[in-house]
Design a protein around this ligand. Structure first.
Ligand code: SF4
Length: 321
């Protein structure tokens, strides 16, 4: 079974959606009702959410052959730059995932990333060999404490897999981290630095409460906290700062260890506040309601948006007025 996100279905001509930003990546999902029980996920084992949801996005069924043809057309027209295949750990099999990837790759050169959980590194290699240019292993939680509380399962095993994967396929591994699961900014900044050291790209997500999940009643992160974490990731990823140089007060970021004018200079292109993750992944409205807080900008920011975002970061830092 294969599904496409609402925005992708619109892009491929399967439905009409009123949207102001198009996805630059075609988002696909295979499998349903995960064997794991992450508190935030509508696909988790015990969630009573609608089964066509992942985060706040609806997904619809598609036929793989038709889908592969449409993807080839929009890729050749330059309207998408990548395919993202999310594998829900349940009924999806590794051979089924490999067939999907091979079918898409048989019709175009579109880069594909596969986001899945793996029992061993052999499984990961098996999928990478099917033509995927990137593999994502979602850590989601920023620390062992939050992982235990929100996901269950083994932080150690996921970290070992990320480490082994980054050694096996250097520069081709991504992870997801969700801001607002109960971590401190200090925990988030430290794990962002660790991922940078491993050469793993990070897709930052804002926790989004979804009806029917265990965490349905928890709030999304405070926008100012999210902006500090986005800034931290960008600055760490570009090598402008190191987590060791940051200062925290009760877990909250107080200093990036650089001057205010340097911070303004580093953040001035607004890239820190755009969607992060695999190249060309913009995930429009994945965490955002239209008209609400834009956590991840799926497009370039306007100058006033850059100014607002930078001021939000600066206003709570130590010694910055
Ligand atoms: S970062 Fe984007 S493209 Fe990569 S796996 Fe995550 S959602 Fe897919």
């Amino acid at each position: 079974m294969i599904r496409v996100s609402a925005g992708t279905a619109h892009l491929l001509g399967f439905r009409n959606l009123n949207t102001d930003v198009m996805p630059k990546t075609a988002y696909l999902m295979t499998g349903e009702r995960c064997i794991y029980n992450c508190g935030f996920c509508p696909q988790s084992k015990d969630a009573s959410s609608r089964s066509d949801l992942l985060s706040r996005i609806t997904w619809q069924d598609a036929d793989i052959n038709n889908l592969a043809k449409k993807i080839a057309v929009v890729f050749n027209e330059g309207r998408i730059k990548r395919v993202c295949l999310q594998v829900v750990t349940g009924r999806a099999t590794m051979s089924g995932v490999r067939r999907i990837t091979s079918t898409i790759k048989s019709l175009s050169e579109v880069p594909i990333c596969i986001s899945a959980s793996f029992k061993n590194i052999g499984e990961l290699k098996y999928l990478a060999d099917s033509g995927a240019d990137r593999i994502t292993i979602a850590l989601d939680a920023a620390s062992p404490r939050v992982f235990r509380e929100v996901k269950g399962g083994s932080w150690g095993k996921t970290m070992s897999m990320l480490t082994a994967a980054s050694n096996l396929l250097p520069g081709r591994i991504s992870t997801h981290l969700i801001v607002g699961l109960g971590e401190t900014e200090e925990e988030m900044v430290n794990i962002l630095q660790h991922m940078r050291n491993l050469g793993v790209r990070v897709g930052l997500f804002a926790f989004t409460p979804v009806p029917g999940t265990k965490m349905a009643y928890k709030n999304s992160p405070e926008p100012d906290s999210y902006r500090r974490v986005q800034a931290a990731y960008y600055l760490i990823d570009r090598g402008f700062i190191n987590a060791n140089g940051c200062k925290f007060d009760s877990g909250r970021l107080k200093s990036f260890g650089v001057t205010c004018s340097d911070l303004r200079k580093y953040l001035s292109n607004g890239k820190a506040f755009e969607t992060s993750g695999c190249p060309d992944c913009n995930r429009p409205y994945y965490n955002e309601k239209p008209g609400g807080v834009i956590y991840n900008y799926p497009r370039k920011l306007a100058p006033n948006e850059i100014e607002d975002a930078i001021n939000t970061v600066l206003q709570t830092l130590e010694g910055v007025r």
